[in-house]
Design a protein around this ligand. Sequence first.
Ligand code: IMP
Length: 429
Amino acid sequence: MSVTIIIGGQWGDEAKGKITDAISEHADMVIRPNGSTNAGHTVQIGDDVFKFHLVPAGILRPGCDCVIGAGVAIPPADLIQEIDELQARGIDTSRLYISDRANIIMPFHPLQDQLEEAQRGSHNIGTTLRGNGPAYADKAGRRGVRMADLLDESALVERLNLTIPEKNATLTTLYNQPPLDISELLEQFAAYGEKLAPRVIQAEVLVQDAIEAGKSIIVEGAQAAMLDIDYGTYPYVTSTSPTAAGVCQGAGIGPTQVTNVISVYKAYTTRVGGGPYPTELLDETGDLLRKRGVEYGTSTGRPRRTGWFDGVAARYTTRLNGVTHAAITKIDVLDTLAEIKICVGYELDGHTVRAPQAVADVYGRVKAIYETLPGWQEDTTTCTSYDEFPTNARRYIDRLEAVIGVPVVMLGVGPAREQLLWRKQVDFS
Ligand code: IMP
């Protein structure tokens, strides 16, 4: 029996789907605990590329139960489309379950997201515009509509009657938008409820039964620790806690039930949207990383910002999340470089600081202190074991391991399922 959490240790897009896919081979259950369609996890099997937004990547493993947990915010039409598309590709989705406590992203949430972003002007967050922030604000404000409400007409009527007049007041007076029609929403969302009803369950009970039965469980976190609402680069963050503790909450798992926390880091860094980024590369090397790493958003298609590996941020998130194992992905992206830098310290106004700073503008003034390592300038994409790794690539990984502070056990050298090597074999089942 084991409960393994997978989280992102940087600013997202660390190829967490690939790690989930690899270790879900023997898993009984994979849980998606947080976020919404702002996330995108890609898994490549042979020539088949699967892009997941809400459904856990474990759906590709026959016999594995997949759960969308209470901490996820769901736009039902998008979820139905994702399920239909998987089914059309021959994937069995009968084992996909949805928490009846998951909040719903309503049509006005993406609209509100856009209007709020426009109002922020040059201080915009660069959100994915999927309505994530407004939906979680309504959840915390206790104005949310939840999956269970879609299955119960009187509950849905009550929730909409409570929420929509307030939304309409904001939309019409603040943003000069037309009001929403409660009866239209009622009809539309009751229909989504009917379609999803067979999958909607008390997911936390299923999860706890699986733990009691000694099953092997993976929690597949979305986003990443540097985008955490408390510990990330606030306000340039997402609206959930993509930390190990936060994903426990979203999945319905207690901290003492967790066996392993795997944090996934790219061999360099990327981030999408605004916010401070000490190791950002605004030069040809940054362009090269974007091109070789195909750094464009899975959900939005936006070009990602690129930079060197930030050892200070990585160490910070490793400690905050009680990480037990690290995975380093996309090492092959660095294959052509003559020299590679690692940020090993931060300097702020002439002083050394140990961690990312709370105020975004202050963190924006931090200067990265680098260590330079020689590149390997050899192809790693065809390596089938760690022994085949070029010497300088091994030195780089050894150094990252020392900086991060936990064992680096898995290495990604390309998008395909087989391009994942074990550096230190661990049984996560
Ligand atoms: P939101 O989650 O759409 O509200 O966006 C808030 C911030 O989190 C923005 O900077 C987004 O680009 C970032 N973000 C949200 N989801 C992801 C993700 O899956 N990968 C990387 N960045 C993300």
